[in-house]
Design a protein. Structure first.
Lengths: 215, 152
């Protein structure tokens, strides 16, 4: 996975967030302040402009620039959370021109650690951690057993999707939703939902890269 | 020497610099309103800066506005930051902590600290302490004592 791969990933995330902006905002309106979709869309639209202008030369720089831009442009809690996650992932990749499955797994592990540290969310608090943590664990298992990339990312996405669905019956104990107490039960956490979009975009990037390699 | 430098120099020669306060809220009007309230209590010597909402005036948190406010409030004696909810708190934490694993320095001055306190009550308590010439740790502690103020 080279620099172009990572630019493609982030470009797909931006497109997916834009396409799902209304759904994310509706999920947030149910239990939060109803700006998650709009905020993330504004953030990733800025990221695309920054990546176009800066033309980063390494995968790590792509992710670091993504993170820095999200921190300054999102305006909601997702900004510092995803922003520090992407920055930490970028730093974990250092200046490697090409990233293998183990490197990707390490980067996502660093991203999860950044979110856990900043948000202080534990598993089961009904946050993006509930989608990201099982996804990172699945990716790490796949990397440890030398699973092919596409299969590894399918497992990662599947784990994130079940993690996000599992937030529906949870009662929120972090973020704006926690003010609702038991009334937060019965709704999917919007942060978990956007985490799924980000990881699906990663898998789709790998699928597209594999398809173009086969031709 | 710029006008700002001249003002700072004059203050330093007449009295030690006061700890600055930065008020971060999702809403520009909340941050401005709290700033108005505490300026009255802290007098003219305590630098108080509001960083509320997004640069376009909408609700949210802007790391750029927070950075500007902390720089403006820092007269050399440190800055105590008070924040309301969610992204306001997370953004301040991120700017103050830096990316320690990556070795990046914090974006904001090492002398800025986030108070674990309610915004309005904490700011009032901090302003009174800052006006008395207390150091940054004491102002921070005064803000955090406001968590225990009972109303009934």
């Amino acid at each position: 996975m080279d620099t172009a791969f990572f630019v493609d990933w982030i470009t797909r995330v931006a497109a997916s967030v834009e396409a799902n902006k209304v759904r994310l905002t509706e999920l947030d309106a149910a239990i939060g302040d109803g700006d998650h979709g709009t905020n993330l869309d504004r953030g990733f639209a800025s990221v695309i402009r920054v990546l176009d202008t800066a033309a980063p030369r390494t995968p790590g720089t792509v992710l670091s620039l993504t993170g820095t831009t999200l921190i300054s442009k999102v305006g909601g809690a997702a900004g510092p959370l995803y922003g520090s996650a992407f920055r930490r992932a970028g730093n974990a990749l250092s200046d490697a021109p090409d990233v293998d499955l183990a490197g990707l797994s390490g980067a996502l592990d660093a991203a999860l650690a950044a979110i856990r540290k900043l948000g202080a969310a534990r598993d089961g608090d009904k946050t993006m951690v509930d989608a990201l943590a099982p996804a990172v664990a699945a990716l790490s298992d796949a990397a440890a057993s030398d699973t092919p990339l596409l299969k590894a990312l399918d497992a990662t996405v599947a784990a994130a999707e079940s993690g996000a669905l599992a937030t529906i019956p949870m009662q929120a104990s972090k973020g704006r939703a926690s003010y609702l107490g038991p009334r937060s039960i019965g709704h999917q956490d919007p942060g978990a939902a956007s985490t799924v979009l980000i990881l699906r975009a990663l898998r789709d990037t790998a699928r597209a890269a594999a398809a173009s390699g086969d031709e | 020497m710029t006008l700002e430098d001249a003002v700072t120099t004059r203050e330093e020669t007449s009295a030690p610099a006061r700890v600055g306060l930065v008020l971060v809220s999702h809403s520009a009007r909340i941050a401005e309103g709290v700033a108005e309230l505490v300026r009255e209590l802290g007098g003219e010597e305590v630098p108080v800066e509001a960083a509320g909402g997004l640069p376009d005036g909408g609700l949210g948190t802007s790391s750029e506005l927070i950075e500007q406010a902390v720089r403006a409030a820092d007269r050399g004696a440190g800055v105590v930051v008070l924040a309301d909810l969610g992204s306001a708190v997370l953004t301040v934490k991120l700017l103050l902590d830096g990316e320690d694993d990556a070795g990046d320095p914090p974006v904001l001055s090492a002398t800025a600290m986030l108070a674990d306190a309610p915004l309005v009550e904490g700011a009032v308590s901090a302003a009174v302490a800052a006006a008395s010439g207390a150091d940054a740790r004491t102002v921070l502690a005064a803000a955090e004592e406001a968590r225990d103020y009972r109303k009934l």
